[in-house]
Ligand binder design. Structure first.
Ligand SMILES: [Zn+2]
Length: 380
């Protein structure tokens, strides 16, 4: 069940940030470059698009309910002044600078999802960086004179991926930042500001996003017609991340609960056959059902966070459900367990997955490392 999240929803979700952006707009001194950073799912991408729309709106006093031509185009993410940059797969030598058809088809579908839900993150498989060609094309279109009034806006999603590899994309962007084209604003959006080069950061005005508050997440879900019972568990699973909240809104608690119980069992399993079956099943899933694979690993991390909370006596609604029993069993069997270390193991799987690592190898290694880590503290 998909619901629509549009610009007015985004503004309500981060009122303090919006006030700040609105006063920048009102001052008439709109900067050349901004960096929107903060935790995942806090509305940065949507807010960048909202700010871009406001800057180009013809009747800003009516914004965000305005229906001017510019606003209508921004709402459909099809404004001539809007340039969105996302991570893409590396182009092959003979591709003549164009994406393969499969990636283009996926991009079109992803764009459609984003149009419907500004919290949706555009994902194209095998995209591990912002490629140089994207920045070169951006440069061309930003320096081109436009007959259209208003301001050109480039929004670079997951902008830390400019700086991977040899950083050639970051350096190309730096040249644009050093000699900014007229009437242009660049907005770099990132969950990981520390991964951006300091030379880039220093040229941007910084806008920090706090995580969404629980009551805001719950209010938005209620407004979208989700029932109260469901809102409760979506809220404690998503921890203020609305990207996660909207992706789990079409799940039911039964299937999530079953998976959590599966993890509770897996964590105390010392039967290698069972563990290797997990590795092989999830290798398959990483190929056939990418979103489900990522979601399950997200739930493993959430389970570990629950264990950490329980161990340290921190309130967590997750451990107050039946799941607390399984987590308790795990903690009493491995009282000295290093949960940070386990969390890092899960992180390494997700990172390898994003970088197209060999999943069979990666998951087998995960199982071995997991057993080694747990073996250190086994009381039996
Ligand atoms: Zn307008």
């Amino acid at each position: 069940m998909a619901f629509k999240i549009t610009i007015p929803d985004i503004l309500k979700s981060q009122p303090t940030v919006w006030d700040k952006l609105y006063s920048i707009y009102n001052s008439g001194r709109i900067g050349t470059a901004y960096c929107f950073s903060g935790p995942s799912g806090s509305g940065k991408q949507g807010m960048a698009l909202a700010f871009a729309a406001l800057i180009n709106c013809e009747f800003s006093e009516k914004f965000p309910d305005c229906e001017c031509l510019s606003c209508r185009r921004f709402n459909s993410l099809q404004h001539e002044h809007l340039h969105m940059i996302v991570p893409l797969p590396t182009l092959s030598q003979n591709s003549k600078d164009t994406l393969d058809k499969k990636s283009i088809d996926i991009f079109i579908k992803e764009l459609d999802k984003k149009r419907n839900n500004l919290f949706h993150k555009i994902r194209i498989p095998k995209s591990t960086r912002i490629i140089l060609q994207s920045i070169r094309n951006l440069r061309k279109s930003l320096y081109l004179r436009s007959a259209l009034k208003g301001r050109k806006i480039a929004v670079i999603f997951e902008s830390e991926l400019l700086c991977t590899g040899s950083g050639e994309s970051a350096n190309a962007l730096l040249k644009i930042l050093e000699e900014p084209p007229q009437s242009t604003t660049l907005i770099l959006v990132t969950d990981f500001k520390d991964k951006l080069f300091p030379t880039i950061i220093s040229r941007c005005q910084h806008i920090q996003f706090p995580p969404l508050e629980d009551n805001i997440v719950e209010g938005m879900l209620k407004e979208k017609g989700i029932d109260d019972e469901k809102i409760k568990w979506i809220s404690f699973l998503s921890e203020g991340n609305f990207v996660t909240a909207s992706s789990i809104a079409d799940k039911n608690w039964g299937e999530i609960n079953t998976f959590f119980n599966f993890i509770s069992d897996l964590m105390i399993a010392d039967d290698y056959k069972k563990l290797y079956k997990f590795a092989s099943d999830y290798t398959n899933m990483s190929r056939t059902n990418t979103p489900e694979f990522q979601f399950h690993f997200y739930l493993i991390q959430r389970w570990l966070l629950g264990a950490l909370h329980l161990k340290n006596g921190i309130h967590d609604s997750l451990t107050e459900t039946d799941l607390g029993i399984g987590i308790n069993r795990f903690l009493s069997r491995y009282p000295g367990v290093n949960l940070y270390e386990l969390n890092m193991l899960v992180d390494s799987v997700l990172e390898g997955f994003n970088q197209n690592a060999n999943m069979a190898l990666l998951l087998t290694n995960f199982i071995i490392q997991l057993q080694r880590e747990l073996g250190k503290t086994n009381t039996r």
